[in-house]
Design a protein around this ligand. Structure first.
Ligand code: FAD
Length: 374
């Protein structure tokens, strides 16, 4: 039997990041991934590195993550393709402008200065060719985007160099507590560990239910489209208030379009299916934003499976029913940016037994205790 200090279930970016930070802190770590590293959300991600428009409850963790992205090579020995090209959230009506102004004012009152309001002229300077109907934007100049595959390669290599034992093709089927240790049964055999981290993405609630913990979670299948290459036309990543669109241009010239347009999913088969009507709606929103892109060919589409919680915030914290089990899943479509800081916070929680303050909004107890109070 293999006996690491910590066993991590799930080889997405959150499992890898927790593994890396724990191993650097001196723990022995085994990571079990049912398929292969990056098979699900982390390998399908648009990799937007965004504080813009985030739920304020996520901002303390997200701001820490943003600092880490700006020196990500120090953590993983590669820049992960991260470019701080800025992110914009454009709006088209006075009512939306008023709401955004109030939102940004509330952020500033809470001490967050990551977003500024810009007028139409400044917006046009940043995004030449944008449709005239967009009258202004919120702008986060130090946000950006990374390359998801490069990020996976870098986190995987750094974790392995730090000593993490990685087992792919090794789904976990059972967990049982035996005294002060966990016994974990998997396709890679039986393990015994003092602590277990459930980083199993869209299957996080199912893994929690292996120990009788019921955490409400649905799933989502966000879709992406990539066009043919064109000349450089836009630098920042652009989203539209009230719409499912994110629009950016890669360094190769392709336009990468996403923003949460949904396909269909089957958790049992671990599959997603593209919904071409929804993709068409996303493509027309892109043409509305930047009329010059009408007629471009779309070369490739894909979708990825991710857990979606009732309040769209992740579950990061100790299990509410089992000592020595910690959850980190359910990022609801925006977990890529949080990866470096969430891994550090999870490692601190496992080492000290207490979640740091940045994790307090994400406790699994927010669902279970609300049910009890009701
Ligand atoms: C299309 C798309 C676009 C996105 N764009 C952005 C973006 O622009 N910005 C942003 O911040 N976020 C974005 N996200 C979200 C972000 O990619 C995810 O939040 C993040 O990758 C989640 O990582 P994870 O490690 O929690 O999950 P995953 O990467 O899904 O990893 C979970 C792993 O657990 C494994 N597993 C499950 N059950 C078991 C088991 N029983 N035993 C062993 N292994 C198991 C799975 O095989 C899987 O590999 C996007 C997501 C998608 C799908």
């Amino acid at each position: 039997m293999t006996t690491p200090d910590v066993l991590i279930i799930g080889g997405g970016l959150h499992g890898l990041s927790a593994a890396l930070h724990l191993a650097r802190g001196g723990a022995t770590v085994s990571l079990l991934e049912r398929r292969f590293v990056g098979r699900h959300a982390s390998g399908a991600s648009a990799a937007g590195v965004r504080t813009l428009g985030r739920n304020p409850l996520e901002l303390p963790l997200s701001m820490g993550a943003m600092q880490m992205w700006h020196s990500i090579s120090d953590l993983v020995g590669d820049d992960c393709g991260f470019v701080a090209q800025g992110q914009l959230r454009v709006y088209e009506t006075d009512t939306q402008a008023d709401r955004e102004l109030a939102r940004v004012a509330a952020l500033r009152a809470a001490g967050h200065e990551n977003e500024v309001m810009i007028d139409q002229q400044t917006l046009r300077g940043l995004v030449p060719g944008i449709n005239d109907k967009f009258i202004g934007a919120c702008y986060a100049p130090t946000d950006g985007a990374a390359d998801p595959h490069r990020t996976l390669v870098a986190f995987r290599a750094a974790a392995q160099q730090a000593g993490v034992q990685l087992h792919e093709g090794s789904g976990v089927s059972a967990l049982s507590r035996d005294g002060s240790r966990w016994t974990i049964d998997s396709e890679a055999g039986r393990f015994s560990a003092a602590s277990v981290i459930n980083a199993s993405g869209a299957w996080g609630a199912r893994v929690a239910s292996l120990v009788g913990e019921e955490i409400p979670m649905a799933a989502k299948a966000s879709m992406m489209m990539v066009t043919e290459r064109i000349e450089a036309m836009i630098r920042p990543v652009v989203s539209i208030v009230g719409r499912s669109l994110s629009f950016k241009q890669s360094s190769q010239g392709t336009l990468v379009l996403g923003g949460g347009i949904q396909g269909r999913y089957d958790l049992d088969r671990e599959e997603t299916t593209l919904d071409f009507r929804a993709l068409a709606a996303g493509a027309s929103a892109a043409c509305e934003l930047m009329p010059a892109v009408r007629g471009l060919r779309i070369n490739r589409c894909w979708s990825g499976l991710e857990g979606k919680t009732p309040d769209l915030l992740p579950v990061i914290g100790p299990s509410t029913v089992a000592a020595g089990l910690y959850h980190v899943f359910g990022f609801s479509g925006h977990g890529f940016q949080l990866v470096p800081a969430a891994g550090a916070a999870v490692a601190e929680m496992v080492a000290t037994g207490r979640p740091p303050a940045t994790l307090s909004p994400f406790s699994a107890a927010r669902f279970t205790t609300r049910d009890v109070a009701a």
